[in-house]
Write a new protein. Structure first.
Length: 95
């Protein structure tokens, strides 16, 4: 039996958000719990890597409107999941 991945996340209502949604949908990802926040700013990140040490720093900007609420997270049943990957930066509902 093949597992079907599920994406529980918040995206922007812009070209970048649509690209994420369309790409995941084309690959068969369950988007039942994908949420779209109109007027939210697209998140971005720049990763700086020290050429000598390999140490890195991540500079990111994430619109607070893109955070999932505790209720949105609680609405997702993960009891039958074989694997759960959690982003620790999802606002009030974080780990």
């Amino acid at each position: 039996m093949t597992a079907r991945p599920r994406f529980v996340y918040m995206i922007e209502d812009d070209d970048d958000g649509r690209l994420v949604r369309d790409t995941l949908a084309a690959r068969g990802v369950d988007l039942t719990h994908l949420r779209v926040r109109p007027l939210a700013s697209t998140r971005w990140a720049t990763i700086l890597v020290d050429a000598n040490s390999g140490e890195r720093a991540v500079l990111w900007d994430r619109d607070a409107a893109l955070s999932l609420t505790p209720a949105e997270v609680a609405a997702v049943d993960v009891t039958r999941a074989r694997l759960v990957h959690v982003d620790d930066k999802i606002g009030r509902a974080h780990v």
